[in-house]
Every structure is written in C-alpha cells, then in structure tokens.
Design a binder for this molecule. Structure first.
Ligand SMILES: [Fe+2]
Length: 209
C-alpha cells in the first residue's frame, strides 16, 4: 500500500476520531468516473466558501438537514496521495433548492446553508467537509457535486451518491455509469458518527484517472 495507515488513524474531523481503515480498492484501483458538473456550479463563489457548509459566516442558525462529515482522500492513478489538491463541492440545500439563479425550483431557500465549499488536501491527500446529507430534488437522486483540481492542473468533475439509496437506480446519470463497479466508485456509505449521535459520517476516496 502506498500510504501510511497508522497516520490516518490520527486524523480528526469535527472533533471525531475517524478510523479510516484501508482503501477499498487496494492495489486494484478504480479510477473515479467523471460526471457532468450540471447547471448549478455557483455563478459567484460565496464570500464564505470554507469547508463548513453548515455554518455561514454572519448567520446565527445552522443549515437545515442532517449534518454529515464528508471526508476522504484524493489519490493519483498509482494510489499515491495528492497533496494540495483543491476540492470543491456544491449541492442543493435541505429543501432541494440550489443557490443558483437558474434553479427554477420554487422551494424556499435555506439561507443558513453555504451550498458550496472549497478546501485543499493535506500532506496525506486528505480532505474533509462538514455539510448536509444530500437530498433528492426534482429529477435527481441525492448527490454532492465534486470538482478536484491537482497542483499539476488535472481536473476531475464528478458526483458522489448515497450508497444503496433506492432512487439511485431510477436516476439517469447514475444508471449511465453502467457497471455496478463504477456505481460503487461514486457511492459513499453514510453512517452514524460514533462521537455525535446527531451527525453522520461519509468517507469517499477519489482516484484521479
Ligand atoms: Fe445536482
């Protein structure tokens, strides 16, 4: 294995000890499939664009939805961690509404949700976000949009899904991935956070092809 497991065990997110275990793909890496960015990448990056999407600077309340610590690694095609990769995510709020002028959904806007976040991977290739568990919106199964840009300029745009969510198999973009292996490669398990019963955790590793 090209990375040091023991060092991952000391990784904390939102105060939680996260046991990262081994990379599922091991020495048989599956490149993360590309997916469309869709129409809702922010037109204007919000003033608060950090990796905590649940708390918007200047707002007293937190976002609606189930708080989820989304974390994982960015790896290159050899399975080596990519340091200083930029990881961007964007998703609709708990009402199914994108914070984008082109979203015609008239669901109320959750102004306490940041809707977009950006971070850099550390020396071990790790990233993390505090966000909400994605929800369905008209025409789509729940997903979080990702764009990863390496220091060398390689870019991967894709979407992450909830593993086992019933609606996935009725979603056109998810089905278009074809094989179960490719669908698994864009799916993360959303599990209880052992340190905080109000929150979930979802680990998702990205392999740049
Ligand atoms: Fe979307």
């Amino acid at each position: 294995m090209p990375y040091n497991r023991r060092r991952f065990l000391s990784f904390t997110a939102a105060g939680s000890m996260l046991s990262l275990g081994s990379l599922a793909a091991g020495n048989d890496l599956i490149f993360t499939p590309r997916q469309t960015a869709g129409p809702f990448y922010p037109e204007t990056i919000p003033l608060d664009s950090d990796n905590d999407l649940v708390q918007v600077k200047g707002k007293n309340a937190i976002a609606k939805g189930t708080i989820t610590n989304v974390y994982g690694h960015v790896l290159d095609r050899q399975g080596e961690p990519v340091t200083d990769a930029t990881v961007e995510i964007w998703q609709c709020d708990a009402n199914g509404r994108y914070h984008h002028p082109d979203d015609s959904n008239d669901a109320p806007l959750d102004e306490n949700f940041q809707a977009y976040g950006k971070t850099q991977t550390d020396a071990e290739g790790r990233y993390r976000f505090r966000t909400i568990k994605p929800v369905p919106y008209p025409g789509r199964t729940p997903h979080i949009h990702y764009r990863i840009t390496t220091p060398g300029g390689d870019q991967l745009t894709t979407q992450m899904y909830i593993d086992g969510f019933a609606g996935n198999q009725r979603d056109g973009l998810f089905r278009r991935l074809g094989s179960e292996q490719r669908q698994k490669a864009v799916s993360a398990s959303f599990v209880d956070n052992p340190d905080d019963s109000a929150e979930l955790m979802a680990r998702w590793d990205v392999v740049m092809g």
